[in-house]
Design a protein around this ligand. Structure first.
Ligand code: F6P
Length: 443
């Protein structure tokens, strides 16, 4: 099976022997389980530990939901949302909703915001359709999904009654703790467990990602196989130059040390837009701490060349770019010749759109490199479940290595608590009385 290829030749960086050694040591530390945050290393060998029975159990549950519902609402935020959303968008026809025949249920997302309009419009849109929900929260206490779940649970119970609701609601949460676990036990919902040692942003290959994806018809076995291959390709003991995760982690740290503080992840396939969003959480929460860390940003090209292109080419020289390039499109569209040629495009006649896209990609790469924006290229053979599985694990492994090179604990996220405390104080949550007074005085 073809795998992903990493090209760092346009970064202008030769990874120093010292950085190579750091990357190798970081990988060894990850795999030894002795580094910072080592209670959250369950993802390292997760792909190879997923059994056929687990995949089967997930597919069985997914089939039940597919039978019952035209629309499956996936509730979650952050790592309990982005992985499923990213893979689903990558694997889906963006115009699927317009097809007269729907072969799989529509999977929608909720609980990833607190927008009243989003919530209202979602509930309105599903009125005419049969529904089920997968509610996902590792902590089981996150406010955004908890609000969405309260509303969607009420809608399901109103429509189908309590007994049937327990057939249409699946919970994915901690094995023992949290309000969602208690609720699921009391109500008798089928439940899948997020392992204790897998943090939210590393959880896409647990039921958190796999159940919604299976429900949407994604080949989760192929996704996992792709990740397993990348687990092997990035194992401790692999020579530096043959380990793409170590090389990517090392190069981005070299760039960071040389003043490149912002990494822009981009691709020329709009389907990969949510892979960018998933990646931003992965790297942002893992590395952005103690006043350190590359800021993860993203673009979708060529669209954003017409909005962000000017800045990337010409603005502050603190950027580098990482492009996910897809070797083979799934479909073929050829540009035809036109007798009048009023648009002057006949020079493209006979060419496939992908050829034009490829030339745009090569042209942009050189323009940005000339403008002082180093360029890393990650090439995947195609957008399919296997390649996406490899890509996900590649980014996870590189993230762990990179965080250790940077000298942070890549597996905590203490900074996320600050907004929660303020929000609870402003909403007069019991227990926040003092904080409420203090924060309201500042408004
Ligand atoms: O699955 P949970 O516990 O609801 O958390 C969702 C997300 O919220 C965070 O804890 C940050 O608020 C993320 O790390 C996590 O992915």
């Amino acid at each position: 099976m073809e795998t992903i290829k990493l090209d760092i030749s346009k970064t202008g960086i030769a990874v120093s022997a010292e950085m190579q050694a750091k990357a190798q040591a970081a990988n060894a530390l990850l795999e030894s389980g002795k580094g910072a945050g080592n209670d959250f290393l369950g993802w390292v060998h997760l792909p190879s530990s997923i059994s056929a029975a687990e995949i089967e159990a997930i597919e069985k549950q997914a089939a039940k939901l597919r039978e019952k519902a035209e629309v499956i609402i996936c509730i979650g935020i952050g790592g309990s949302y982005l992985g499923a959303k990213a893979v689903l968008e990558a694997m889906s026809d963006p115009f699927r909703f317009l097809h007269k025949e729907q072969t799989a249920p529509v999977v929608l997302f909720a609980g990833q915001n607190i927008s009243e309009d989003y919530t209202y419009e979602l509930l309105e849109a599903v009125k005419e359709h049969s529904i089920a929900t997968i509610v996902i929260s590792k902590s089981g206490t996150t406010t955004e999904p908890a609000i969405a779940f309260r509303l969607i649970k009420a809608e399901i119970e109103k429509r189908y009654g309590k007994k049937e609701a327990a057939e249409r609601i699946v919970a994915i949460t901690d094995k023992a703790r949290g309000a969602l676990k208690t609720l699921a036990t009391n109500e008798g919902y089928p439940t899948f467990v997020i392992p204790d040692d897998v943090g939210g942003r590393f959880s896409v290959l647990t039921p958190v990602g796999l159940l919604p994806l299976a429900a949407a018809g994604v080949d989760i076995a192929a996704l996992v196989r792709g990740a397993q291959e990348m687990e092997r390709a990035t194992a401790d003991g692999t020579p530096f130059g043959q380990n793409p995760a170590a090389v990517y982690a090392a190069v981005r740290n070299e760039l960071y040390n040389g003043g490149k503080k912002v990494e822009i992840l981009g691709s020329y396939e709009p389907k990969l837009q949510y892979i960018n969003e998933w990646w931003k959480q992965l790297y942002g929460e893992s590395e952005g701490k103690q006043g350190k860390g590359i800021f993860p940003a993203s673009v979708t090209l060529t669209a954003d060349l017409h909005s962000m292109g000017q800045y990337i080419q010409d603005g502050e020289r603190t950027l580098f770019e990482t492009i996910i390039s897809v070797a083979k499109p799934a479909h073929e569209v050829v540009i035809e010749a036109e007798a009048e040629n009023l648009d002057g495009l006949n020079f493209l006649a006979g060419k496939r759109i992908s050829e034009v896209n490829r030339m745009a990609k090569l042209g942009v790469q050189l323009a940005h490199v000339d403008g002082g924006v180093p360029n890393i290229r990650i090439e995947i053979p195609a957008i399919d479940a296997h390649a996406i599985g490899s890509l996900l694990y590649f980014f996870e492994k590189a993230c762990g290595i990179s965080g250790y090179i940077l000298g942070v604990n890549p597996f905590d996220q203490p900074g996320v608590e600050a907004y929660k405390k303020n929000m609870f104080a402003l909403l007069d949550k019991p227990g926040y009385e003092e904080a409420s007074k203090a924060i309201k005085a500042r408004l």
